[in-house]
Design a protein around this ligand. Structure first.
Ligand SMILES: [Zn+2]
Length: 256
């Protein structure tokens, strides 16, 4: 029993290692594919996932754009609309509204806290944070380090895609001074949002197990629209968007 669970654990670690990271992970996994039986086993696991990927989904689909600290983007161009006074990409108005209505119907009204944020806005928040820390007597280096911990790098925040939504259970949010805290997942209403997001094409983007791959700590409130097919697959296999897109790219490369 003991031995089996240790081995399973090792295989899991290997799988996570192969899946994590972005563009470079494919090349490194291929290069080491024959180095040991362990690696061969995990490669076949990856291949199984690739074989099971939903049909008709491509890594280049607009809904699957990856923006993070390693994949920065300049301001993107898309049509915008508002939901509950918050600006989002027009294409997600329907699913987002359905998601929020679903929460209300289930008895857990939710607050849409944030949606689209421009690159310019991120730049301002970034500069403001550095200025504040320097004003508190921190050195330039310290101010930069502290800012990096709490503020998304300009051009590296997913909010610029208009496909991200910070959503909080209203009762919990109001009781905690409108703060975005990961402990909100203790609230039943937040648990409902996390569990049912895929039904509406959303995923919880920054999971506890995905921090290495996303570069962002666990956030129980940040949802990302990826479409129903992708959301179901990512949730079933506990994949971050980075890992999922890497699998899609492998499938596309094999077809060429
Ligand atoms: Zn967010």
């Amino acid at each position: 029993m003991m031995r089996k669970s240790v081995l399973t654990g090792l295989a899991m670690v290997g799988l996570v290692g192969l899946l994590s990271g972005c563009a470079t992970s494919d090349a490194s996994s291929k290069a080491s594919s024959s180095s040991s039986a362990q690696t061969t086993k995990t490669v076949s696991k990856r291949q199984k996932l690739i074989n099971a990927l939903p049909k008709g989904v491509k890594s280049t689909d607009a809904d699957l754009i990856v923006v993070n600290k390693w994949h920065k983007h300049n301001e993107l161009s898309f049509s915008k609309s508002t939901v509950s006074g918050i600006t989002v990409r027009s294409s997600i108005v329907k699913p987002l509204t359905a998601f929020l209505n679903g929460a209300t119907k289930a008895g857990y009204p939710a607050t849409l806290v944030s949606g689209y944020r421009s690159v310019q806005y991120q730049k301002e928040v970034w500069a403001e944070s550095i200025e504040t820390y320097e004003g508190q007597g921190k050195t330039e280096k310290q101010a930069l380090k502290l800012t990096k911990e709490y503020v998304a790098v300009p051009r590296g925040s997913e909010h610029q895609t208009g496909l991200a939504a910070d959503i909080m259970n209203t009762t919990w949010f109001d009781a905690h001074n409108s703060q975005l805290l990961s402990s909100s997942d203790k609230a039943k209403g937040q648990q409902w949002l996390i569990k049912h997001a895929p039904d509406y094409g959303f995923v919880l983007r920054f999971t506890k197990t995905g921090t290495k791959s996303t570069g962002i700590d666990y956030e129980s409130w940040h949802f990302r629209y990826v479409g129903k097919k992708s959301a179901a697959f990512m949730t079933k296999h506990n994949l971050t968007l980075e890992q999922y897109v890497s699998l899609l790219k492998s499938r596309e490369a094999a077809k060429k």
